[in-house]
Design a protein around this ligand. Sequence first.
Ligand SMILES: Nc1nc2c(ncn2[C@@H]2O[C@H](COP(=O)(O)OP(=O)(O)O)[C@@H](O)[C@H]2O)c(=O)[nH]1
Ligand SMILES: [Mg+2]
Length: 467
Amino acid sequence: MSPDERYSRIKEHLSEENPILVEVMEKFEELDKIGHQSGLLDENETYISDISWWPLISILGTFSTGKSSFINFYLKNRVQISGNQAVDDKFTVVCYGPNKAVTTLPGLALDADPRFPFYNISEEIKKVDPGEGNRVNQYLQLKTLKSEHIKGKILIDSPGFDADSQRDAILKMTDHIINMSDLVLIFFDARHPEPGAMRDTLDHLVATAMRHRDANKILYILNQIDTTAKEDNLEDVIGAWQRALAQKGLVSGNFFAIYNEEAAELIVDSATAERLKRKKDGDIARIYERMDTVSVERAYRIIKTLEDTAEGLKKKIPQLQSVFQSLAKKVLWADLVLFGTIGAAIGALLFKFETLQTLASDLMTSPAAASFTVGVIMIAMMVMHYKIRGWIARSMAKKWMKKDEESARSLMIYAKGWKSLLRVVLPGWSSAKTKALTALVTESKRSIQKLNDQFVSPSGSKEEVTS
Ligand SMILES: Nc1nc2c(ncn2[C@@H]2O[C@H](COP(=O)(O)OP(=O)(O)O)[C@@H](O)[C@H]2O)c(=O)[nH]1
Ligand SMILES: [Mg+2]
């Protein structure tokens, strides 16, 4: 799919979700143009390919911790099957769709759609599971439904890791998903909060989450706390759980303790029931708030990416220009030497052989023949020039590969194509681009202001917004 097509399909959807992001997207198109002109991007590459435009919330945890039940409750719809067995062996991506009823689509639908963060996920899957054929359907499925609760975000339910023979591949996919997600909910089971119950999977999740540079996006949720009612030991259970996490190196975090009303056991003691419910209601409200503000955070993050990319280019382009200047110098010398030698050789031949001289003057008397000859010589020279240019650019790229891969890549892109070197070496080339980039950054700051106007509510949810 060409970048243009990709842009227009995403735009179509964003115009419903958040028009400010359509503006931001247009700025990304400008960035792409600069990227293409400077050889930093290949023809069909785009800076938006790393961005997913919908906030992604992933729900992780070992099997039977109540992930699917939580999603069903949140969406007020029985989207996922829940139960005591490992019912799902796939990641399920849940998003807004045109049908009221829940519609299930194979993973390929996600792999092929640039509007979703799973575009080209099959490449990622190939890395974790290099088996035969396209295995995307084995790891992913898509469920869509027409519901206000899912509008503007994407939820991911994760499979029952433990029962899976492809556990390693699933864990690697999980890492990838943590990286892509705006918010990660890691579920724990209050029936086994003690350290011994920290299975490998949870260990892995917690370790991965902790390493993450954006640790605030990870919420640790102790679920099924209704099961503490019988012994009335909620504080002990929460304490044991947090100590277990601390033992893994997690010093502080977003801790929550909840249960699912619909799945909970009946709590006989009314005082305990009341206390648990209060705790749960408070924590659920905080979790939901994070889930709802995630689309706001995402908008800011996209603009931040735009700014960072622009700033990066501003630094990169003058460097690139000096690389191209040295390429141009080398090509110029090579041209001079080659064409000089050829010219001199032709001159010497004409001087030496009289038959050649008469042939040449005969040619000159017929304008058609003369222009044909000149044309042939010009084309031959052009071909030679581009061959030499490609050859020098490639050999330079090889050297740059060790120092700076981006410059090397640009050289390679130039080596392949017919782009003019002349323009690139003129001083105006990089100054015009850096000027355009500076303007882009200023404009993106304005988009942030617009977002602020749109989102910041007087109720004070502002600190949730900026991250
Ligand atoms: N007691 C209790 N049971 C729950 C709670 N949440 C889910 N369950 C039950 O736990 C089982 C596993 O739930 P499920 O959502 O399928 O877990 P998943 O494997 O993490 O998706 C089901 O039988 C649910 O009814 C809860 O908060 N309390
Ligand atoms: Mg499940």
